[in-house]
Ligand binder design. Structure first.
Ligand code: BGC
Length: 440
């Protein structure tokens, strides 16, 4: 299967700052909205937080050496904004910058291409307290932060992404309330989403001035399939799909906000300045795609627009997240997306499965389910590329088990097992399979 990918294709893995770094109080790092969210009882299923996480902040050098042993050619990480600007504005904190200097230089010394995300949800708490993404000023602060990052690291980064999954940050954080800041208001969600888009646009402009690296954003995609051809189910699936897959992408690619959805949101639709749409639609060089599952959808009038309810597929296999394993959706989304937006280059910024593989037997976790998940998704990726979608890298989620947001440490996505008592890393059988696969 390796031969189905071009020689220049990069295989790697991804993580994010809050999920692995720990050291939340060290070297001048300010607090983030996730630190605060974790202190509220009931928000995190196992009452945990990212204070220690995988302690990657202290174990960075050996973690990168492990990536090298696993033959990884690329590594996607995110920068913790509160390490760089503890209060979300003003001068950069040199100790924070120095950590990412070391990380990037160590990656390069090991021949691993650095993919850097500026924002993977750990907003400085000071900005959160000033309204977070509901405050337009946060977008301007993000542009300042992007200047700092581009200036300092722009000579060594392969690809930058401004934001990770604005859909998830907006909808799960402001409508479902399962992520920081824990709001449950549709109107606020759409305002937050718009300001994130604006931050992205201004962030790209800022980075462009500072760095020759490839620039883009990371979007999560998920097909919505109606359970049957009843018109109500079809419409719920079409609109659910639209919100998930096009609400952000359409304005990013100069198409404005999708009309059917604007009408569906009705009074909840935010007001905005038309000039914003121009700022949002900055040319991009490479788009990151996160893909995990699909949604089998039926209409439910008790739910707000798009009245979409996700139902279980009795014939399908599910991961430990309760997500249907559906590799064909990756081919579908990439080909559909490419037809509509014709992006120059894509990379899979995340793809992977959580499985209940916490037990080490004879020195290893035998996670054949994860290996199979990856194999099938790599096949689906190759199929999309065979249909002409230009994809240049695949980054597995995740390098190691880590803090899975509201689910704490109860879900494991890693290729590498983390023992949270000792913080020992042990490659699972999937990591060994991936290492051999990359070697070809
Ligand atoms: C996020 C990751 C998360 C993963 C699994 C993605 O939405 O970017 O941070 O761990 O999904 O839930």
């Amino acid at each position: 299967m390796r031969t189905e990918f071009p020689e220049s294709f990069l295989f790697g893995a991804a993580t994010s700052s809050y999920q692995i770094e720990g050291a939340t109080h060290l070297d001048g790092r300010g607090a983030s909205i996730w630190d605060a969210f974790c202190t509220q009882p009931g928000n995190i299923i196992d009452a945990s937080n990212g204070d220690i996480a995988c302690d990657h902040y202290h174990k960075m050098a050996t973690d990168v050496a492990l990536m090298r042993e696993l033959n990884l050619q690329a590594y996607r990480f995110s920068i913790a904004w509160p390490r760089i600007q503890p209060e979300g504005k003003g001068n950069a904190n040199e100790q924070g910058l120095a950590f990412y200097d070391r990380l990037i230089d160590t990656l390069l010394a090991h021949g691993i291409a650095p993919y850097c995300t500026l924002y993977h949800w750990d907003l400085p708490l000071a900005l959160g307290e000033a309204g977070g993404w509901l405050n337009r000023d946060t977008a301007y602060r993000f542009a300042d932060y992007a200047h700092i990052i581009g200036q300092r690291f722009g000579d060594r980064i392969h690809t930058f992404a401004t934001l990770n999954e604005p859909r998830c940050a907006a909808f799960v954080g402001h409508l479902e309330g399962r992520h920081a800041p824990g709001l449950t208001c549709l109107k606020s969600t759409l305002v937050a989403a718009h300001h994130m888009m604006l931050a992205h646009g201004m962030g790209i402009q800022a980075l462009r001035e500072e760095t020759p690296a490839k620039l883009g954003i990371v979007l999560d995609l998920k097909p919505y399939h109606p359970i049957d051809d009843h018109p109500d189910n079809q419409r719920a699936a079409r609109c659910g799909d639209g919100i998930f897959n096009h609400w952000f992408a359409d304005p990013l690619f100069g198409k404005g906000y999708p009309e059917e959805l604007v009408a569906g949101f009705g009074d909840n639709m935010m007001a905005f300045d038309d000039a914003d749409l121009k700022t949002i639609a900055q040319p991009m060089d490479s788009l990151g795609i996160n893909y995990y599952t699909r949604s089998l959808t039926r209409f439910n009038d008790k739910k707000p627009f798009p009245h979409a309810e996700e139902v279980r597929n009795p014939g399908a296999a599910y991961s430990d997240m309760g997500w249907e394993i559906y590799p064909d959706g990756l081919t579908e989304m990439l080909t559909r997306f490419h037809q509509r937006y014709k992006v120059k280059d894509y990379y899979i910024a995340e793809n992977g499965g959580a499985f209940p593989d916490h037990r080490i037997v004879d020195g290893q976790v035998q996670d054949n389910d994860r290996t199979e998940y990856m194999q099938r998704h790599l096949q689906a990726l190759a199929a999309a590329m065979g249909k002409g979608v230009p994809v240049s890298a695949y980054l597995a989620w995740s390098l190691m088990d880590n803090f899975e947001w509201g689910l704490g440490y109860t879900k494991r996505f890693g290729l590498v097992h983390v023992d949270y008592d000792t913080l020992a890393r042990t490659p699972k059988s999937s990591a060994i399979w991936y290492r051999n696969f990359i070697a070809g």
